[in-house]
Design a protein around this ligand. Structure first.
Ligand code: SAH
Length: 213
């Protein structure tokens, strides 16, 4: 793996475009600036790694658009040592961003091939604090709950109740909800166990699918 001047230059431009689209959190911007996105993509798409677009990663899945990664990460308001559950490891890129922000990341993927590839890549990058699991994200990871934050990176038609259970009081769930298109939702768990719900911008994610593959 090689992060050349050319990659760095393209990445700088990408980051500027993300800032122009409204991302403000300096720590999120720094994490995206540091992490080479082309490491997480097939060689065939390497030239495109610094376009603000989603791209195929195999198993009919995509690495999310960088703006979307930045948007979801900003909404999570990640603090150092936060224990975060990510649903949909995919390429591992989002998990790596969370780890760079100092979070303890538990990430689950339903596709075995993607799980293996991301696990190997994240290990080779030497990023600390990421644990990967081949699991159905619908159920979360009860044995490691509760979590400070939960991030869903696939489109949910309905929010799985298990994920709501597995949040700490004060915890935050960020999830795109909807069928064809989704609205980003941020749910914050109150001390009485009820939720404050914010409905935000529109996005298009790959579907959240039950069961393993
Ligand atoms: N966060 C990823 C985005 C991947 S796209 C990245 O940074 O690259 C969403 C991923 O969610 C896909 O890989 C898909 O296989 C996975 N997914 C969908 N339903 C799931 C489920 N029930 N459990 C776990 N992962 C799921």
């Amino acid at each position: 793996m090689n992060d050349t001047y050319r990659h760095k230059g393209l990445r700088k431009k990408l980051i500027q475009s993300i800032i122009a689209k409204g991302i403000q959190d300096k720590r999120v911007i720094d994490a995206l600036s540091i992490l080479p996105r082309h490491y997480f993509m097939d060689k065939a798409f390497e030239e495109k790694a610094y376009e603000d677009k989603a791209f195929p990663i195999g198993s009919e899945q995509t690495i999310s658009q960088p703006y979307t990664v930045a948007y979801q990460t900003e909404l999570l308001e990640v603090k150092k040592r936060d224990k975060i559950l990510e649903i949909g490891t995919g390429s591992g890129y989002q998990a790596a961003i969370l780890a760079l922000l100092g979070a303890r990341v538990y990430t689950v993927e339903r596709h075995l091939a993607l799980h293996f590839r991301a696990t190997k890549l994240l290990k080779s990058l030497g990023l600390e604090g990421i644990r990967t699991y081949h699991k159905d994200g619908y159920k979360g990871i009860p044995e490691f709950a509760p979590f400070d934050k939960i991030l869903v990176t696939a489109a949910a038609e309905k929010i799985p109740p298990d994920l709501l259970y597995q949040l700490k009081p004060g915890g935050v769930l960020v999830v795109p909800v909807g069928k064809e298109v989704q609205y980003m939702k941020r749910l914050t768990k109150k001390s009485d166990g009820r939720f404050k719900e914010e409905i935000l911008d529109r996005f298009k994610f790959v579907p959240f699918i039950k069961g393993l593959s």
